[in-house]
Design a protein around this ligand. Structure first.
Ligand code: FHN
Length: 605
């Protein structure tokens, strides 16, 4: 082994810095150049709130069934992978694929009736088949099927005609039709991973097709999927292609590995899948299936109902995000009638309540106290979307530091006033007696009321509300930490999924302030993770002058959840106090990964 002397080593290090530094700084300046303009680019997208995801490809021809056998439990668009269908057999499917029922105008009208403002459709899913006329690869709907038309170009024209934005999903990394694609690859046709040269896949197919889509179809959004094993350089190359063609084209976070890092670098927004994040202070769009599959399966009729769709939409927009809801068109090019029907029911509600949806923003004062409602905002207005009519004849909103001018039902043309009072210095309570409210104002799906106020809405100062009619959850992410207690991962991400208590001993206090609206009795429930080191250690909880001691016995693991009722407490109305959790003795680590403390009302007190 040649040992380099000090001077030589220093020279080589300096040489490397001289070579690497310009490349890094070039990458940095390119990144800045091709991500510039984010705020302006996102304006229409933030106002739009709601889009249609479309998974449509050769898999629609199979409808979730292969050689008479129904796919069990998997997504329809994964049938080639799950049934390990040889590529030459799968290509035979293309010869049968002739979706003559496809009508771009009809699809766009369905989107508009649903109250959606944009479409994201699969241009090429992992199966590798292009749903557009690609000169880069003849395995596409124009060259390889009897259909011979380009549905994406027809959609582009229809969207332009009807004022709907159009985006393309593209599987830039995985491709089960290409011998050199990696990630989750086609191991049954191309088993020898040593023969793979992934650069050939990018150079021969992925990059050229992204170029074609970007330059020939002018998409408003490029929606990439699983970024597994793509290099930063390749992601930067794709970013450059798209933004050179159109600086306003919006790109999602899966263009690069950032999707797994929870920090946006090249993408304009995060893409949580099948769940709605909370407390995320960046642009995001939750994508969800309407039933149990993205791609068409004729036997999956497990449709979400209109109320679920609307609640998901409103929860997303109350968190400052968008909702991308998926349909899987069939082999004829038709969106399943049941999907169309439920989207229309939801769309009719949206049409009646559109002022409280489009161009709203996340409430500047967070959510309202009443748990079965969400709040969004516009200047001078708060829209409270009520999912479930309160059991008591009043709606506790909580602290509103503003000069309220009126409160009324959004669907009430005459703006009939709702009576209200502000107690506890600004706690807003709205009289809401369903018996007295005209029945036409209580919407069977969701009822929206408007709080109009003058001047500015000042931030909330008062502590959390504990009230008899609602269980209240004290998340550790909202707590004050004092002494020897520390968070683990970045608590900005999912407040109780993406972070943990990393250090906590008997000199560390986790506390919350609270105030009560009515008298009530509650069970105290601890929710925590624990490992072997936690066994037999104690958690002490102090509330209302009493201390409840809990000894840890179950230790399933740091990221599991142990739920334990540790006692009951009675709280009088109008008190302001604090809830404090203190760890037992530990000289090295956290004695438990406390997640939250629940106060569960005990009925009948
Ligand atoms: O595996 C794909 C899946 O088929 C579907 O396209 C979803 C949609 O976001 N993306 C991947 C799973 O995350």
């Amino acid at each position: 082994m040649i040992l380099l002397g000090g001077r030589k080593l220093l020279f080589i290090c300096m040489l490397c810095i001289c070579i690497v530094n310009p490349v890094l700084s070039q990458n940095k300046s390119e990144l800045e150049k091709y991500t510039a303009g984010h705020e302006k680019r996102m304006e229409w997208w933030r106002d739009a709130k709601y889009g249609l995801f479309v998974h449509w490809g050769l898999y629609a021809q199979l409808g979730g069934q292969w050689k008479g056998k129904q796919q069990d439990g998997d997504n329809g668009e994964w049938i080639m992978f799950h049934e390990k269908i040889p590529l030459n057999e799968y290509k035979e499917v293309a010869k049968q694929f002739n979706p003559v029922g496809f009508n771009a105008d009809e699809w766009v009208k369905i989107v508009k009736a649903a109250g959606m403002k944009y479409i994201v459709i699969t241009a090429k899913h992992c199966e590798g088949f292009a749903m557009f006329h690609s000169k880069a690869n003849s395995y596409n709907i124009v060259d390889a099927t009897p259909f011979g038309r380009d549905p994406l170009m027809e959609l582009r024209k229809a969207c332009d005609k009807h004022g709907i934005k159009l985006g393309f999903y593209y599987s830039h990394t995985w491709d089960w039709s290409h011998p050199h694609a990696k990630g989750l690859y086609n191991s049954w046709d191309f088993p020898d991973v040593k023969k793979k040269n992934v650069e050939k896949y990018y150079d021969e197919k992925s990059i050229p097709q992204i170029n074609e889509l970007t330059n020939n179809y002018k998409p408003d959004i490029m929606w990439f999927d699983v970024p597994s094993d793509i290099t930063r350089q390749r992601s930067l190359e794709i970013l450059k292609i798209i933004r050179t063609a159109n600086p306003d084209c919006i790109i999602n976070d899966r263009i690069s590995q950032e999707h797994n890092s929870k920090e946006l670098v090249m993408g304009d927004y995060f893409t949580p899948e099948q769940y709605i994040p909370e407390n995320l202070n960046v642009d995001f769009e939750t994508c969800m299936t309407l039933n149990g599959t993205w791609g068409y399966k004729y036997f999956d009729t497990n449709w979400k109902d209109a109320k679920t769709i609307l609640q998901n939409l409103l929860k997303n927009i109350s968190q400052g995000g968008n909702y991308l809801l998926n349909v899987g068109p069939d082999a004829r090019g038709k969106i399943p009638a049941a999907s169309v029907a439920v989207l229309k029911i939801a769309g009719n509600w949206i049409k009646r309540n559109k002022e409280g949806i489009y161009a709203t923003v996340k409430s500047p004062i967070g959510q309202v106290y009443y748990k079965n409602a969400v709040c969004v905002a516009k200047p001078g207005k708060l829209f409270i979307h009520i999912f479930k009519i309160p059991e008591q004849p009043e709606l506790v909103i909580g602290e509103i530091n503003a000069d309220i001018s009126s409160i009324y039902f959004l669907q009430d043309e005459k703006k009939g006033k709702l009576n209200y009072k502000q107690t506890n210095e600004n706690d807003l309570i709205i009289a809401f007696d369903p018996v007295k409210i005209p029945s036409n104002l209580i919407d069977p799906l969701i009822t929206t009321i408007v709080i109009e106020y003058k001047g500015e809405l000042k931030p909330r100062e008062k502590p959390m509300i504990v009230d008899y009619f609602n269980p209240v959850t004290f998340y550790v992410s909202d707590a004050k930490l004092k002494g020897d207690v520390k968070y683990g991962l970045n608590k900005r991400w999912h407040p109780y999924k993406g972070y943990e208590i990393r250090k906590w001993n008997n000199k560390g206090a986790i506390s919350w302030n609270y105030r009560t609206i009515r008298n009530g009795k509650y069970k105290i429930e601890l929710v925590y993770g624990a490992n072997d080191l936690s066994h037999d250690n104690d958690i002490h909880v102090k509330i209302n002058g009493k201390t409840f001691m809990h000894k840890i016995k179950d230790t399933p693991g740091w990221y599991k959840e142990v739920k334990k009722i540790i006692g009951e407490v009675e709280l009088k109305a109008g008190t302001t106090d604090s809830l404090v959790a203190i760890a037992g003795y530990s000289n090295t680590h956290a004695i438990a990964n406390l997640k939250r403390i629940n106060l569960i009302p005990i009925p009948g007190n």
